[in-house]
Write a protein of this length. Structure first.
Length: 273
């Protein structure tokens, strides 16, 4: 049996207790098993064979209830942060931001190999910096997927040597450029068609995404016209459809949630006033 299996590590802990306290091995095993929440060592050994990821056993052996929690143990998180910084140093130098650190991290997959004591985690993370506001924006965050290798040694989780392999990387600037291109593609597609939806027309008019245009498409519209029916323009009221960040952006850009549309706005729009 490998020394790095759950039962193998537990037995090593019991032997260490024998050396530290001079008790019999059986007594040490019983003591540690009961401390872990098992009735006795026999129950623990049976569970270790049938369900090695039992939370009680995991906590007693690895100090965590789930392998995904290992990324936050001991010095692993700090070492991961440093390793990511080292690997992204070139990309970071091309930004106008500093103070990068792991901002959010999600463990997507876990695999523990008992023969080696190596835990492999598939993670998604955001590496976030602070933008220098007086400088031109060149991005301040990186979105990564990576494989992280950890070792269980002497009761601690350690980042393995060459333990971080980045499989994909994208900056927020890249995402912004992609979103902008998608937006103009949507606008161009709408313009090339015979008619635009209200959402597409608002997206083109306001410089927003079609998704945000969908949120505003049901806004109240009033006609600004002369007494003899000549239409000068239209007023569209985005209250209460505009919410959250979209609402804040509209207010910041136009100073109001009411917006004046050109008299010809609806010429190519599938909309009935």
């Amino acid at each position: 049996m490998s020394d790095f299996s759950q039962l193998g590590i537990f037995k090593s802990q019991a032997k260490q207790l024998v050396r530290d306290q001079g008790v019999k091995l059986f007594a040490a095993q019983e003591m540690l098993a009961q401390k872990a929440g098992f009735a006795d060592y026999h129950e623990l050994s049976v569970i270790a064979q049938r369900n090695p990821k039992d939370p009680r056993l995991m906590m007693a052996v690895f100090g965590i209830k789930d392998f995904s929690d290992a990324i936050h143990e001991d010095d692993v998180y700090a070492d991961l942060d440093q390793e990511v910084e080292d690997q992204l140093s070139g990309a970071i130098a091309e930004t106008n931001a500093s103070g990068f650190t792991v901002d959010t991290l999600t463990v997507d997959t876990t695999e523990y190999v008992a023969s080696t004591g190596v835990l492999t985690l598939g993670v998604s993370l955001t590496y976030q910096g602070q933008q220098h506001h007086e400088r031109v924006y060149h991005g301040a965050a990186f979105f990564l997927t990576a494989t992280v290798g950890l070792l269980r040694r002497e009761g601690k989780w350690l980042l393995a040597e060459d333990g971080v392999s980045i499989s994909s990387i994208q900056s927020d600037a890249d995402r912004d450029r992609r979103s902008e291109q998608e937006y103009w593609d949507q606008v161009e597609e709408a313009r090339n068609s015979n008619r635009m939806s209200m959402a597409q027309a608002l997206a083109s008019e306001l410089g927003i995404s079609v998704e945000d245009g969908e949120l505003l498409a049901g806004s109240e519209i009033t006609t600004n016209e002369s007494d003899d029916g000549l239409v000068y323009s239209y007023w569209i009221n985005f209250e209460p459809e505009a919410e959250g960040q979209l609402r804040a952006d509209l207010l910041a850009r136009f100073g109001s949630l009411e917006y004046e549309l050109d008299a010809n706005f609806f010429d190519d729009v599938e909309h009935e006033l």
